[in-house]
Design a protein around this ligand. Structure first.
Ligand SMILES: Nc1ncnc2c1ncn2[C@@H]1O[C@H](COP(=O)(O)OP(=O)(O)OP(=O)(O)O)[C@@H](O)[C@H]1O
Ligand SMILES: [Mg+2]
Length: 289
């Protein structure tokens, strides 16, 4: 009989994770624990270590010191093949979608199943029928069935991100990581993408760790917000029932010196997200006046 609960402990547990690049400490002792099925937003300014932490959870970086457990496995002790198995359970969605522009939406989604197949695939017909059916079902779930055969580069940003989510779902992940998935999108597309992530996460009991730098979005979509500042956790709070004072505290801890950090210049593709950022800044400005 298939076991429903595949593991018993935390989905993600970081203990004093330090990451040093050259002479720069990107993570300065991160401690956090995320439970299965939680939707957690990692909030922080540009350079606070969000991407670095997400890359650790996906095994793309190894901690300089400290321990990191993902789905009950200590990443620092895994062999290559154990790491590949674990990575198959972790889906990743990026700010810039990272689709193959010349391929159809459907083929892009199918590439999410490549880790389950031997050898490269060229063209739809080279994928097993059951995977093609599954890819179409997944596209349907993100509301894009009718665009399955359109080239990825003809789709809007919001549609491309939904294709990227469908691609991540093809590997049937237990954890979904998303690194600023809406930073390149307009507010309405951001809302659609965030609600889709939330809906799918609930339905599949996925654990979601999603980085954002907009406090307002984090408050709307997260069960819990973890704030990073200069590589350290400065905030870890559930979002339910937060009063105005707590919300202001969040702005204060993770967003008060946004101008000094110049998030916009570090992430040029975020220009369309400026209205949201401006709104957030106005809000934090109000808090300080
Ligand atoms: N491969 C690397 N080599 C050297 N330094 C790095 C590397 N990756 C990250 N850093 C540094 O680590 C710090 C944290 O970077 P990171 O990309 O994790 O921040 P972030 O919170 O994702 O920022 P952003 O909002 O701009 O995406 C930064 O100072 C960055 O320059
Ligand atoms: Mg980043």
């Amino acid at each position: 009989m298939e076991q429903v609960n595949k593991f018993s402990g935390h989905a993600i547990r970081a203990t004093n994770v330090v990451k040093v690049f050259g002479d720069k400490a990107a993570l300065k002792g991160v401690d956090l624990a995320i439970e299965p099925g939680e939707m957690v937003v990692l909030l922080g300014l540009s350079g606070s270590g969000k991407s670095t932490f997400l890359r650790h959870v996906d095994g793309l970086e190894t901690p300089t010191s400290g321990t990191l457990n993902v789905l009950d496995q200590d990443l620092t002790t895994l062999s290559g093949s154990q790491m590949r198995k674990l990575r198959a359970k972790v889906g990743f969605v990026f700010q810039q979608f990272e689709l193959v522009p010349s391929l159809s939406a459907l083929e892009n989604v199918l590439t999410g199943a490549l880790s389950t197949l031997r050898g490269p695939r060229l063209g739809l017909a080279t994928y097993p029928r059951r995977l093609r059916v599954k890819a179409l079902e997944t596209l349907d779930q993100v509301g894009l069935l009718e665009l399955a055969y359109e080239r990825a580069d003809t789709l809007s940003g919001g549609q491309q991100q939904r294709v990227a989510i469908a691609r991540a779902l093809m590997q049937e992940p237990e954890i979904l990581l998303a690194d600023e998935p809406v930073a390149s999108l307009d507010p309405e597309s951001s809302r659609i993408v965030m609600s889709l992530i939330r809906e799918i996460a609930r339905e599949r009991n996925l654990t979601v760790l999603c980085s954002l730098h907009q406090v307002d979005l984090a408050l709307s979509w997260a069960d819990r917000i973890i704030g990073l500042r200069e590589g350290a956790v400065v905030l870890d709070t559930p979002t339910a029932g937060l009063g105005r004072a707590e919300v202001m505290e969040i702005y204060g801890k993770v967003a008060v010196d946004t101008q000094g950090h110049s998030a916009a210049s570090a992430a040029p593709a975020t220009a369309v997200a400026e209205p949201q950022r401006a709104a957030a800044l106005a809000y934090s400005g109000a808090a300080n006046s």
